[in-house]
Ligand binder design. Structure first.
Ligand code: AMP
Length: 652
């Protein structure tokens, strides 16, 4: 973006009703004080087939319905809308440094591929409102599948390819898909990672049975197709080459997708999102936060299995008319310059990644970055976990562009805290993800009194409803869980809890201080300790276990397990214990996926609990991190803490 263009853009949308140019504070206040007016204006950023009759229906809090009565479609806004102006420009750039393949799809190509995929889905009986589960590596067909669902009004549920059979089976049973779209394998660090056998195992374990499984055969791993159920994608595509599948116009509050995320129970929550509110929220965030313009190239290094992949690999950039890069590979293969060579080659203007990836790159010589022409890059956005000051300063110096931390959750779909540089070039502050984004009335609440905290006082980060467009509508199939989980934490007022600790400084910048619940964050991946505990306990020799998140220099946090054995006499020596540790890790790998594997499994005779039997996870975590174990007045057996210390001190 040139400076002149930038100025014009600023002046276009930053005038209030009397024509004065607004600063971010005014913009933010307008979003809270006149939400209907504010979002009505933002809604003009997308195409509507039928206008809405009401911007916001908040008559049944905490549920919020945005753009009631309006009809639109995510696929139309991401693809069809750009055909008249930039049909031949790149839309999707699929790069795999694993297979060495790279393919650029223009908006016209993408339009054709999505219609083919949509026609295949329809031929397999998928109808509006049906769920389609997508369990795929980072290949173009995954984006075709998501957009095809959006086009025909089917509801996609993407499951991260790193999850294994048990995680997948739980999600199949909850989403009840009529169709699953998958592939023979993904590839990571030069090795094929088979998907199909895990999928078969998951379907065998699930009570719900999908009618069909559509499989992309990449030729990486042999596949056994199940007759009558499994369908080969390439063969079906041949039959639908000229398919024309019109967009299904959907009421703004229809369901667009369900994305599962970890919580405090072993059962993942299906975060359910709408159509119109999500499209508007993404379009607005692309303009005000990510500052993307049609024709530019966006590169988010996440995975479609996470919310960043939904919002800022697939939908957000395309809705903004940008080309988006889908990347299969690691940040350091063939060398740590690979991402920067992609930035240079495709003239990427905005990049989105996670702090862990930057910490990985920091271990490699900066020349690998510097040898590429990075002049197209305007900013790097980092999210998903706390951004430490060392990492932030290092990458800012090496890249010479602004580093924009942004804090949000699967539940919100777009940033809660950041710096809206499309509105005002406000200063960033090291260690802080920024200030509340427009539409979010963010408060820091004292956990026990329910009152708002003063500046610099630690409390729970909460949001006063209505949540802005784009945020979760409910927990899929469970409105009560939505209300009870998110909106019932504070005594005085119904507020949305983020389950994060935070503080706000005297200038209004927020700082995030970790989760209040048993969710941990490993390399930006959110995992529930309960789920990992369930998996560890399923090993025949384990009677009880506690899993906690422990600070890690590279990954932010790692999971560490403390397990009690059923028959400790069978494992007298270190060698036996190490072998058992490896077995337990293998169980987690097989059930949940390597992403959830504990970094260590320690064996102890008892676990610290309160007299009422509640596990003192925070005390265990504190000991692991060399901190004080906290208030132990209610602990039942103080020697359990000594055991944790002894286990940590034992040789590996
Ligand atoms: P997820 O739903 O997987 O996106 O994880 C959301 C959680 O990740 C938040 O509740 C925070 O605990 C953490 N998180 C996300 N972004 C940031 C950030 N910029 N700074 C600190 N923590 C973050």
């Amino acid at each position: 973006m040139t400076d002149r263009k930038h100025k014009n853009q600023k002046q276009q949308h930053l005038r209030n009703q009397t024509g004065d140019i607004m600063n971010y504070q005014d913009f933010y206040q307008a979003s809270l004080q006149q939400p209907a007016q504010f979002w009505d204006q933002q809604a003009q950023l997308i195409d509507w087939h039928k206008p809405y009759t009401e911007v916001l229906d908040h008559s049944h809090p905490p549920f919020a319905r945005w753009f009631v009565g309006g009809e639109t479609n995510l696929c139309h806004n991401a693809v069809d809308r750009w055909l008249s102006t930039q049909a031949d420009q790149p839309a999707l750039i699929a790069i795999s440094t694993e297979t060495g393949q790279e393919q650029v799809y223009s908006f016209a190509d993408l339009h054709r591929e999505v219609q083919r995929m949509a026609a295949i889905m329809q031929s397999l009986g998928v109808k509006q409102g049906d769920r389609v589960l997508i369990y795929m590596p980072m290949i173009a067909e995954a984006a075709f599948a998501m957009l095809a669902c959006a086009r025909i009004g089917a509801v996609h549920s993407v499951v991260f390819g790193g999850f294994a059979a048990k995680s997948l089976a739980t999600r199949i049973d909850d989403a009840q898909p009529v169709l699953i779209v998958s592939a023979d394998a993904g590839m990571r660090a030069g090795k094929a990672v088979p998907y199909k056998p895990l999928l078969d195992e998951a379907i065998a374990a699930a009570s719900h049975q999908p009618a069909h499984v559509l499989l992309v055969d990449r030729g990486l791993e042999p596949m056994q197709l199940v007759a009558g159920r499994d369908v080969d994608y390439a063969a079906s595509r041949e039959q639908h080459l000229t398919a024309q599948v019109p967009v299904t116009w959907l009421e703004s509050n229809a369901m667009s997708y369900v994305l599962y995320t970890s919580g405090t129970t072993g059962k993942p929550k299906g975060v359910q999102r709408d159509v119109g509110g999500y499209a508007v929220a993404l379009a607005a965030s692309m303009k005000h936060i990510f500052c993307g313009n049609p024709g530019e190239v966006y590169f988010a290094t996440s995975d479609i299995g996470w919310v960043v992949g939904h919002s800022y690999i697939v939908y957000g950039p395309l809705i903004a008319g940008m080309a988006t890069i889908m990347y299969e590979g690691t940040p350091i293969r063939p060398d740590a310059g690979i991402w920067w060579s992609i930035v240079a080659r495709h003239r990427v203007s905005r990049m989105f990644s996670a702090p862990t990836a930057i910490r990985v790159l920091k271990k490699h010589p900066p020349e690998l970055m510097k040898q590429h022409d990075l002049s197209s890059l305007k900013a790097l956005y980092l999210a998903g976990e706390p951004l430490d000051e060392t990492t932030s300063s290092w990458i800012a110096t090496e890249l010479g562009v602004p580093i924009i931390d942004n804090y949000w959750q699967t539940e919100t779909g777009w940033p809660i805290l950041s710096i809206a540089r499309g509105v005002e070039h406000k200063e960033t502050r090291l260690g802080s993800p920024g200030v509340p984004m427009y539409g979010y009335d963010v408060r820091i609440i004292n956990e026990s009194t329910g009152q708002e905290c003063a500046a610099n006082e630690k409390g729970v980060v909460a949001i006063r409803g209505p949540l802005p467009p784009g945020c979760m509508q409910t927990v899929f199939g469970d409105d009560a869980r939505f209300v009870n989980t998110y909106w019932s934490q504070f005594a005085h007022e119904q507020l949305y809890s983020t389950f994060d600790w935070g503080i706000r400084d005297a200038d209004g910048y927020f700082f995030i201080l970790g989760r209040t619940d048993d969710v941990i964050n490993v390399a930006g991946h959110r995992l529930g300790t309960r789920e990992i505990e369930e998996s560890v306990s399923s090993h025949a020799q384990i009677s009880e276990v506690a899993v906690v998140g422990v600070e890690d220099k590279l990954k932010g946090q790692v999971a560490v397990a403390f397990a009690i054995l059923k028959r400790p006499e069978l494992y007298p020596g270190e060698a036996e214990k190490r072998a058992l540790e490896a077995e337990v890790m293998a169980v987690v790998d097989k059930q949940l996926g390597a992403v959830a594997r504990p970094a260590r499994v320690h064996f102890v005779n008892s676990l610290p609990k309160t007299r009422s039997g509640k596990l003192l996870r925070r005390s265990i975590q504190a000991i692991c991190e060399g901190r004080d174990a906290g208030d132990l007045t209610t602990i039942e057996d103080p020697s359990s803490l000594t055991q944790i210390q002894a286990a940590l001190a034992s040789p590996r």
